[in-house]
Design a protein around this ligand. Structure first.
Ligand code: NAD
Length: 489
């Protein structure tokens, strides 16, 4: 068994299948976005590993699904506890391999990962459909576990997103195979250690490391799986939907965004600008960030000046430093992608309000950037950059703001600042999966989460997660003796 030493933490680069570590004779290299140092070589999942994981998950399914929700909750609570015991290790690992701020890991991500497991285990206890009780019959609406669930997550929030899916999938009685992101796979490996220490039965939770094109593609194309829950990009979602669709396997797809950040003429400019600066969190690698600023022309100068003063104070640097607010970009390819978007926009006539170039701190750092002078049809207005690059357009009235807000193929989130009733009225006309009024990032695990248009298919969160991860069955019991008749409807 091999072990990597990452900043003093021992973490396995191997798969976790059927309750034990499984090495591979094929590997991919993992580098830190902080300084490009080699963190280690991680197992690549081959066809044999995919086969072993599916077989293990199938074998574990009957016993796990037959447990009561309360029995599963006992084990899942222990799983959350084990995550908590190793909180510092999770923080350090994800900071080193994904570049996430250590402070954010400590105060936001790890507590949320524990809650993801605990909350859905608790929710499964009380899950029930509203009663259907008619003159003819009563209906027992059951949420039966679907079977083997494949979970595929992206690099920008691997621990948070993996537990967001594992929590309800396991609580519902499914067995799971997690395929972590190849650019940031380490906290998913540590999750397997936590599950093992908690005593989850072998095969209930498996981790198969590997690249998307090979390991991920093999998992989602297998006809024995019951569900795919995916978070990632639109092109990958199309490939997954095609592969799973060939077997009629349902997919939940949580995808990218190009969400509007609307500032109405009656907005609190200071509050809007302070929230606006938060869009550079995680170096802009946040699906739900408002990245297209739409600002009423009357307040545009004041807004730009105020937001500039916030952005000038942002600390760009090493994510392990408590004072850092904007860390690195995940991978050299992604840095070039971000620079390419900005270069093409500027060549096409865009003006740089601030930023616009790589940051002197290091090779994978980019300056918080704002571009303006854009047309709605411009590439950078229409496409997700997934870096610290925002755009700003102005509008003359609410109708124009709504047309611009709705004028892309994405529909994930949004932010709307203005007098509360006014902003709420505008927000309701933006075509999107969710939108925050005079705020940003308020989440509740009971609420639905997901996008429309190219931002995704389906909803997870609260009951919606269980609707997806379960087979919903109606058991119909007549109230009077049933008389068989061909003319009866
Ligand atoms: P990606 O689509 O490249 O990869 C996501 C995952 O899919 C990785 O684990 C990858 O290995 C796997 N994968 C790639 N090809 C595959 C295939 N053919 N079959 C099966 N699996 C495959 O996305 P990314 O670059 O890692 O993540 C960034 C994207 O994720 C952005 O578009 C971002 O907006 C989106 N995202 C969305 C949400 C949300 O909740 N809506 C949250 C975070 C990130």
């Amino acid at each position: 068994m091999t072990t990597l030493d990452v900043a003093g933490i021992a973490v396995s680069p191997d798969h976790y299948i059927d309750g034990r570590r499984v090495p591979s004779d094929q590997h991919f290299e993992l580098h830190s976005p902080i300084d490009q140092r080699l963190l280690g070589r991680v197992a690549e999942g081959t066809a044999a590993h995919v086969e072993a994981a599916i077989a293990a998950a199938q074998k574990a399914f009957p016993a796990w699904s037959a447990m009561t929700a309360a029995e599963r909750k006992t084990l899942l609570d222990r799983f959350a506890e084990e995550i908590g015991k190793r909180a510092d290790d999770f923080c350090t690992l994800e900071s080193n391999d994904a570049g996430v701020l250590l402070s954010r890991m400590r105060h936001g991500v790890v507590p949320r990962a524990m809650l993801n497991i605990r909350w859905f285990a608790q929710h499964a206890l009380t899950l029930q459909h509203r009663p259907i009780d008619t003159e003819q019959a009563y209906h027992i609406v059951r949420h039966d576990p679907a079977g083997v669930v494949v979970i595929i997550t992206p690099w920008n929030a691997p621990l948070m997103l993996s537990t967001w899916k594992l929590g309800p999938a396991l609580a519902a009685g499914n067995t799971c195979i997690l395929k972590p992101p190849e650019w940031a796979p380490l906290t998913c490996s540590l999750l397997a250690d936590a599950a093992h220490a908690a005593g989850l039965p072998p095969g209930v939770f498996n981790v198969v490391q590997g690249t998307g094109a090979r390991t991920g593609a093999a998992l989602v194309a297998d006809a024995r799986i019951a569900r795919v829950s995916f978070t990632g990009s639109v092109p990958t979602a199309k490939a997954i939907a095609q592969a799973a669709g060939a077997n009629l396997v349902p997919c939940s797809l949580e995808l990218g965004g190009k969400s509007p950040f609307i500032v109405l003429e009656d907005a609190d400019i200071d509050a809007a600008a302070a929230t606006g600066a938060l869009m550079y969190r995680n170096a802009g690698q946040v699906c739900l960030a408002g990245t297209r600023f739409l600002v009423h022309a009357q307040v545009a100068d004041a807004f730009v000046a105020t937001m500039r003063s916030h952005v000038e104070r942002l600390n760009v640097g090493d994510p392990r430093d408590e004072a850092t607010e904007v860390g690195p970009i995940i991978h050299p390819h992604q840095v070039e992608r971000v620079a390419g978007f900005v270069g093409r926009a500027v060549a096409g006539g865009a003006q740089v309000l601030w930023g616009g170039a790589k940051h002197a701190f290091g090779a994978q750092y980019y300056q918080p950037t704002m571009l303006t002078g854009l047309k709605q049809s411009d590439e950078i207005v229409q496409n997700e950059v997934f870096g610290p690059v925002l755009t700003l357009q102005t509008f003359a009235d609410d109708d124009e703001a709504i047309v611009l807000a709705n004028g892309t193929d994405y529909g994930l989130g949004g932010v709307c600042y203005g007098e509360t009733a006014h902003a709420t009225a505008v927000a309701q006309q933006v075509r999107t999966g969710f939108i925050w009024v005079n705020s940003f990032g308020i989440r509740d695990l009971a609420a639905p989460f997901g996008g429309i248009k190219r931002s995704g298919i389906g909803r997870e969160g609260g009951d919606w997660s269980f609707e997806f991860f379960c087979d919903v069955k109606d058991v119909v019991v007549p109230k009077k003796p049933f008389k068989a008749s061909f003319s009866h409807r």
